[in-house]
Design a protein around this ligand. Structure first.
Ligand code: ADP
Length: 401
């Protein structure tokens, strides 16, 4: 079965075409600047040359039509006809409490995703645009939605509730939902496979650290706690997000600086984190370069980032009464040897010991960076959210045939 995985944002749309007979990627690409007069489509067919096209793409239906044209193009295509695509999988950020796993798209499922617009105002609306656009372009082709929150629906009430008036949960569903669930689930499974141990027996801490960053305690294969909360703002320090802070900071600063709600939101989501402390960049590569050049602001940003990561690892080890495996993944986790080194340097109380040489190895495959003596396995596992969505889509479509 060939299937298309789509990740629709408000002005962008990423896609990957899979052949599920061997889970190979036939083509992938990205449409950027949807809604602007010079939209850019970058199409990368496997084994053929990459192609970039600039045109006016005003909405998602046109974006998908252009993608399908490229997939069936004589020169750059990988399909004879669009009919070869037998299913479509969509990434959806927020599944609220309704979705504990991926689901076949129906009108009720779409209505539920719409009801969740309030909880993910920037992310769920474009997902609906993507679903509708795929339906228009490929009528009758089954579609599946995979939610970033679904993996975390196994958290217990004592973990997901905030200690605030309970009426806020009853009325507005204010609670911890978490995010990056597809990635945490994928890397924890790959970790168990790599170690050749049943996931049911393992206590795993997965660190998904990219632009956005979150950590999950995976016990017995299910998420028991995760650092992102009602929104992706809570938890670790990130590229441009603050992560944890005293909630009173918000009201205090809003009052002193006369900020509106949206200004406060923007300060915490877009102008905080590494960017705010370094004063120069949200990108870990720039921060570590700055640190190597002796820039004190970059050094402080790095130290705060690493310190907060380490505190979270400690708290999840405490939450699970131990840890067998620590997994690093996503842009920073997969690529920054110095972040991994500094975090692990201060986890000796857990029996963590990493091999500096193994830590420096660069590879696209799962790998161990801990020593044979280490009491905790430390792994670097490249995440692959698209593959996870493709697998769920394949399974759900088969089940519903
Ligand atoms: P997103 O959250 O947007 O999916 P990614 O997981 O792709 O992000 O991570 C992007 C981040 O990864 C970049 O902002 C950068 O800080 C970091 N990164 C990428 N490559 C490296 C590298 N070689 N060394 C350190 N950090 C890196």
């Amino acid at each position: 079965m060939k299937l298309l995985v789509i990740n629709a944002g408000s002005s962008s749309l990423k896609y990957q075409l899979y052949d599920m007979t061997d889970e190979s990627v036939l083509a992938k690409g990205l449409v950027e600047r949807i809604g602007m007069d010079s939209s850019i489509l970058t199409h990368k067919p496997t084994g053929k040359e990459e192609v970039t096209e600039v045109s006016e793409i005003l909405e998602h239906t046109t974006a998908i039509r252009k993608v399908l044209e490229k997939l069936t193009d004589k020169e750059h295509g990988v399909l004879e006809s669009v009919e070869e695509i037998q299913a479509v999988g969509h990434r959806v950020v927020h599944g609220g409490e309704a979705f504990k796993g991926s689901a076949l798209v129906t009108s009720e499922v779409k209505a539920e995703i719409r009801r969740l617009f309030d909880l993910a105002p920037l992310h769920n609306p474009p997902a609906i645009l993507g679903i509708n656009a795929a339906e228009k372009n490929m009528p009758g082709v089954p579609q599946v939605v995979a939610f970033d929150t679904a993996f975390h629906q196994t958290m217990e009430e004592k973990v997901y509730l905030y200690p605030i008036p309970k009426v806020l949960y009853k009325k507005h569903r204010v609670r911890r939902y978490g995010a990056h669930g597809t990635s945490h689930q994928y890397v924890s499974k790959v970790a168990a496979d790599y170690l050749n141990r049943p996931i049911e027996d393992l206590k795993i801490i997965t660190c998904h650290i990219g632009n956005g960053a979150s950590m999950t305690a995976v016990q017995g294969g299910v998420s028991t706690d995760t650092s992102m909360g009602l929104t992706p703002l809570e938890g670790l320090m990130m590229g441009t997000r603050s992560g944890d802070l005293d909630p009173a900071v918000v009201t205090f600063v809003m009052n002193k600086e006369e900020l509106s709600l949206s200004e406060a939101n923007s300060m915490l989501n877009k102008h905080s984190g590494l960017l705010a402390i370094s004063g120069s960049s949200s990108d870990m590569r720039d921060i570590t370069d700055g640190m190597a050049e002796g820039d004190p602001n970059s050094t402080l940003a790095f130290e705060m980032y690493e310190y907060r990561l380490r505190k979270y690892i400690g708290s999840y080890a405490a939450a699970m009464n131990g840890v067998d495996v620590i997994v690093f993944t996503a842009g920073v986790g997969e690529n920054s040897a110095i972040v991994r080194e500094k975090v692990c340097e201060n986890l000796t109380y857990l029996g963590v010991e990493i091999d500096p040489e193994l830590n420096k190895v660069r590879s696209g495959d799962p790998r161990r960076i801990s020593t044979p003596n280490s009491k905790v396995e430390v792994l670097v596992i490249p995440t692959n959210e698209e593959l996870m969505i493709a697998r769920d889509t394949y399974r759900i479509v088969q089940e519903n045939q």
